[in-house]
Design a protein around this ligand. Structure first.
Ligand SMILES: [Zn+2]
Length: 99
């Protein structure tokens, strides 16, 4: 008699792939981000924590990425280009982090 163990696996669609083409994602910035001494913060309420970055895996342009603060303000952040956003997303996926 053969027993087949039931495994409760959560779906992990990109386990062995770091391709993020065709993927759009919103994920929290891992920490406070500064670039050239400028801290990225909401232009309306100055929130610098718990910011969420929007990424389009097909868009690696140098245009500004969209960032949203916890209060829901959305702005285009020139300190994070869309190319950098995609690279951040790839590093997230490669690290196996849940988005
Ligand atoms: Zn805000």
């Amino acid at each position: 008699m053969r027993l087949r163990p039931r495994r409760d696996r959560r779906p992990r669609p990109t386990e062995n792939s770091i391709s993020v083409q065709g993927l759009t994602a919103q994920y929290p910035l891992p920490c406070r981000v500064s670039k050239g001494g400028a801290l990225i913060a909401c232009p309306e309420c100055a929130a610098a924590d718990d910011l969420v970055l929007s990424v389009d895996g097909d868009d690696r342009s140098e245009s500004a990425s969209f960032v949203r603060c916890p209060d829901g303000h959305l702005w285009a952040e020139p300190l994070i280009s869309r190319r950098v956003g995609v690279e951040l997303l790839e590093s997230y996926v490669a690290a196996g982090k849940h988005l």
